[in-house]
Structures are given as C-alpha cells and as structure tokens.
Design a protein around this ligand. Structure first.
Ligand code: ZN
Length: 369
C-alpha cells in the first residue's frame, strides 16, 4: 500500500511536559497542562516582555492545573510578574484558570467581546440542566427521551464548580486587526469563528509565528457544532469562511503554535486539509440522504464508534452543523414530521450515480475540544 506523505512538519522532538516551559522562539515559551480525557493535554504559551509576562490561555479548572501554575510561577518566570492574561476563546480548557491567575497577579484579562460574554454566560448554561428548548432540539434530531434524562444527570468535568475563582469581572477587548505589543514583538490579532464566536489568534510577522488556539489544529479537527441554545445556527459556514480568510492572510513558512498536538509548519496545507475534510463530510451526508434521514441516523457513517452521553451530544452537534451548511447551499431540505426533522438531498442526479464518491475514513469519535 502506498503511504501518503504528511505535508506537515513538526520541528520539535520533545514536549515541555507538565510543570515546565520550553522556549520555541525568542521570548515565546510553550507549556502544557493536563486534560482529563483521551486528548490529555492543552498547550499554553508565555510571552516575555520587559516588565513581565503575557499568559496565553490558562488550562482547565481544578487544583491539578492550579498547582502546576504555581510551579511555573515559582520556577519559570525569571523573577518577572504576570502582567496580562489572554484567552483565545471561551472554552473551559482555555479559560478555566483565568480567574485564579488574574487574582494571583492582579492582572487584566484580554479577550474578544464575543468570547468574553459567551464565557460569562457559559457557567449558567451548564447549570441550566434541562429546558424545553433543549428537549425539543434533541427530540427533533431523533434522540429518545430517556437519553435526555441521562444527560440531565451527567455532569461534565469541564463545568465550573462553586469553589472556582470566576472569570475576571472585567476585560480588555481585542478586535480583529488590532495589534498587541509584547516586549519587542508586535502581534496582530486575527479572529475566526465556527468553533467559537470570535476566536482570537496572534500572528507575529517578524517572528514568523502564529498562536492559533483551537482555530487551526494539526492532527485533530476542532469541534464545530450546532448547540441547543441556537438550534438554527450555521457555524460550519463561518468555519469554512475563516479558513479561507487565514489562507489569504498567512504565509506558508510560519510556525503554528496550536492549543493541542504539537507546533508545526505547513499552515496552508493544513487549512486546505480541514476545508477538504468538511466538504467530504458534507458530500457523504448528501449522498446518504437520497432517502430521508434523521440526524441521529447519520452518526453511523460519520463516526466509527457508537456514541453515548456527551459524545452523542457532540456528534449530533457536528452532524447538524454539516447539515445546516448543506441547507444554506440549497443541497439538502428539511421536513418536520411528528416533531422529528428528516433531511433529503435535493440534487436528483445523486440517486442515479452508480458509485458514490470515495470518502475519507469516518472519525473514531467526535472531538471534545
Ligand atoms: Zn475550543
């Protein structure tokens, strides 16, 4: 069997491991914190300035990451304080320790408007439990009511707990096109959406570096989901448009520092791979919907493993994100019958094709980040 050469290049043989840092460019340090799932780490970054440090992303809530941060503060800051904290986006593995670090150093939080306010309400959304809107969303996707009961009881490890330091009570707004000066280096703010509403990436033309958060990951594909809070959203459209925007703005010889997996070269190839991946998933759905299907019926050809609990929640969200993008392109239509949505392809030639297209392997499970 011919092997396909991976077009991405990973320049570092080692990782910093938990509790220490590794300099990856002048004044730019990589560190990792643990995550309680098969994707067992998040990458965070420290930017050195004359007066102190900028922390980029903070890790998940809880004492394990907080203790590791204390080790970093004691051993890796060369006597300088943390002077600001930047969260690329609102997800709990990125914002979980922002309150703690901000209190510890009396340092401000920098975020985009969309991400800060989404993060502020996320805690209450996680505590909401069930409501009729959430039930309707899942029932219309084909989920049995007893699953909804189970979901109400399940508590995510990511959800904020009462003992946590809340997100800082104020923030400094970052906007697309802004610049952020840290020491000698100027970072351009580039935002994307689809994974989250106004995700911030940091680009230094001089250092030839992009801190990409979850906007561009080299191995896994970030979760792009429709959520019960906005059941008719089309996040996949924003995700694909963001990829085109990054393709236009970024040269290919930059080093990408992502929030998961390892730093890599080959950003243009990776952006195209991600676009191709989602286009392939959409074509797969379209070809399978020659006869009407519910969203839940499509999980078997999108994912290898049977999905349960949170993975079913994430898988359905991803599936519906692809469906809504197809609907926006007028390639699939939706009908509501007996309070369940079914989807059917519009292109009449699809059923006449003798051989469906060759598709990528299904993913094992939906990504939780
Ligand atoms: Zn994320």
């Amino acid at each position: 069997m011919a092997t396909v050469q991976d077009p991405l290049v990973y320049p570092f043989e080692n990782t910093p491991g938990f509790g220490s840092t590794m300099e990856v460019a002048p004044g730019v340090y990589w560190l990792q914190m643990p995550l309680p799932m098969s994707l067992n780490h998040i990458n965070l970054y420290l930017l050195e300035g004359e007066k102190g440090w900028t922390v980029v992303d903070t890790g998940i809530r809880g004492p394990e990451t907080r203790d590791l941060w204390n080790d970093i503060f004691d051993q890796c800051l060369f006597g300088k304080p943390v002077i600001q904290i930047l969260c690329t986006h609102m997800h709990p593995d990125h914002t979980g320790q922002a309150g703690f670090i901000s209190e510890r150093w009396q340092a401000p939080l920098l975020m985009s408007y969309g991400e800060y306010y989404q993060a502020r309400v996320m805690g209450s959304m996680m505590r909401d439990g069930g409501n009729w809107q959430m039930s309707e969303y899942f029932v219309r996707a084909g989920v049995a009511p007893d699953f909804l009961e189970k979901m109400r009881e399940a508590r995510s490890d990511f959800a904020p707990a009462p003992e946590d330091q809340p997100l800082p009570a104020s923030y400094i707004r970052l906007c697309d096109g802004d610049t952020l000066q840290v020491g000698q280096h100027t970072w351009q703010i580039i935002t994307g959406n689809g994974h989250s509403p106004e995700h911030v990436c940091l680009y230094s033309k001089k250092l030839r570096l992009l801190i990409s958060g979850d906007q561009i990951l080299p191995v896994i594909t970030s979760n792009v989901s429709v959520q019960p809070t906005e059941p008719f959203a089309n996040p996949m459209l924003g995700w694909l448009e963001s990829h085109e925007k990054f393709k236009r703005l970024l040269p290919n010889d930059i080093l990408v520092l992502p929030a998961h997996n390892a730093p890599f070269y080959g950003v243009q190839e990776r952006l195209q791979q991600l676009i191709d991946h989602h286009e392939d998933r959409m074509l797969l759905i379209e070809e399978n919907c020659v006869e009407p299907l519910r969203a839940i019926d499509m999980l078997g050809f999108l994912f290898k493993r049977e999905l349960e609990n949170h993975s079913l929640f994430m898988g359905l969200g991803e599936c519906i994100a692809h469906i809504h993008c197809l609907m926006g392109r007028n390639r699939i239509e939706r009908r509501l019958e007996k309070n369940v949505y079914t989807y059917r392809s519009i292109d009449p030639t699809l059923s006449e094709r003798a051989h469906p297209s060759h598709h990528e392997e299904p993913d094992d499970l939906p990504q939780m980040v």
